[in-house]
Design a protein around this ligand. Sequence first.
Ligand code: CA
Length: 519
Amino acid sequence: MLQEKPQAGEPLYIQLREEDNVAIIANQGGLHRGTEFACGLRLIEQIPQGHKVALADIAAGAAIKRYGEVIGHAAAPIAKGSWVKEALVVMPEPPSLTDLPKSRGLPPAQEPLEGFTFEGYRNADGSVGTRNILAISTSVQCVAGTVDFAIRRIREELLPKNPNVDDVMAVTHAYGCGVAINAPGAAVPIRTLQNLARNPNFGGEVMIVGLGCEKLQPELLLPEGMVSADMDDGDIVRMQDESLTGFGEIVDSIVAMADKRLQVLNLRRRETCPAADLVIGTQCGGSDAFSGVTANPAVGFAADLLVRAGATVMFSEVTEVRDAIHLLTPRAVNQDVADALIREMDWYDRYLQTGEADRSANTTPGNKKGGLSNIVEKAMGSVIKSGTSAISGVLSPGERVRDKGLIFAATPASDFICGTLQLASGMTLHVFTTGRGTPYGLAAAPVIKVSTRSDLTARWHDLIDLDAGTIATGKATLEDVGWELFHLILDVASGRKQTWSDKWGIHNSLALFNPGPVT
Ligand code: CA
C-alpha cells in the first residue's frame, strides 16, 4: 500500500497501486477544499472519507484505475485534486467468460503452517463442529410457529438438564408449499435444507417437523445418504398425523423427540483438533471503500494462514466476484476448477437476465455513500478476502464442501442468503467484514465481525469484534491484523471467546435461495 506516514490530523490518502490514478481519502470526516498533502497534491473541492480523489488529470473517456484495475471510464474530464464522484465513473463491461486464462501462473504452494489447534466437537462423519446445537429441521413454513413454541419449552425444561448443549434452534424458512417442486431451480433450496441439517455444529442428530400435506414432504429433507429405512418413528413429526390430538400432543411429541437427541448431544465433549478441521466462511456486508483496503485484505491474509494450516476457507458472493473473474481463473488449481468457476458465473449471468437485472443492482445506497462507485470497484475490494492461495474447489449454491483449501462457494451476495448457503456447505465459523456497519449474526455458527474503519469500531464497540481500521491509520500492519484474526478464529471456534452477536443473542433468520418458480 502506498501511503504517506500518518501523523495525528495530517491529511492522508490511500493509493493501492503505483498505476492507480485515484486514491481514497482516509481521514475521518473527509478533507476540505484547499487541503494540501505532503506530496504537493491539493484538493480543489471537499471530499468525504472513503471517497476517491483524482491523483492526475483524467481525460473524458480515459480509464479510472484502482487496485491496478480499470474500475470505469471518465464520463467527463476530471481535474487533478477533484472528487471522483459516482456519476463521473462509467461502468465497464464485465470480463467475457469465453477467453479467460485458466489455471495459468498458479501461485506457488505456501509453506505448511503446523502446530495450530482448536477445541472442537468431532462427529461420526469426520467433520468437526465449533458448537453443540440441536437443530430442528422443518419441511414447510406452516409449522414454524409451532416449532418456535416447542423450542421455548425445550429451552425451559430440557436445556438445563443437558448443560453440554449450547442451544436449540429451528431451521425455519418460507419454502415447502406453493413451490414448483420439480423445476430445475428447486434443487437449490432442497439440497440447502438437506445439507443444513448436516452442518457439523449440529452433531449429526437430525429431526424434522412437517405438516403433512406440503409439496416438500419431510422425507425429501433427509440428508443425502440417509434413507427412510434408516429413520425410526421418532425422526419425523407430522402435525396432521391422526394419532396426534390437539396442539398439546403435537408439541409434546416434538419435545419428546428433542429430548432423545439432547441426551445424545449432551455426551459430546470438546477435544483438541488440528486447525485443518476448521471450515471457515467469509463474506462482506455493508461495504465501503475501505473494505478492500483494510478488513478484506486482513481476512485474505488470515485465509492464507488457514489454507497453510490445512483448513477449508470459503469465499462467495457471485456478483462481487464476476468483475474480477479474470483474476481468479488463473488461480484455479486445475482446468476443471477454472471451468467450474466460469460455469457458476455463467449460470448467474443467465439468472440475472431472467429477472431483467444485471450486476449493477448489487451496489447499495450505503456502498455508494461509503465511496464505492460501482460493482467493479466493489468486486476488486471483495475478492481480496480470498487471499493469494490457489483455488482448490467450486461449489454450486448449497452443495456440501468436499475439498480442503480455498473454495469458491457460489452464492448471492445477500448477507442472509450467503450465510445460509455457507452453513449448508458445512461452515462452522463465519468471518464477516463491514464498513457501513451491520449487527449481523447467525444462530448456527459464531460470526466474527471485522470493521473496515476505526471510527465504526469506536462507535460500535459492543458489536464489532475486530478493528481492521488500524491498517489505514498506520497503527497496525496488514500482517498484524491478519494474525490477530487467525488467533481470534481459533479462540472463538474453541468456545474460549464469545462474539458480540452471540453475547447479545442477535441472530438473523436463515434465508433460502430459491431460483425456481413459486406457484
Ligand atoms: Ca454479503
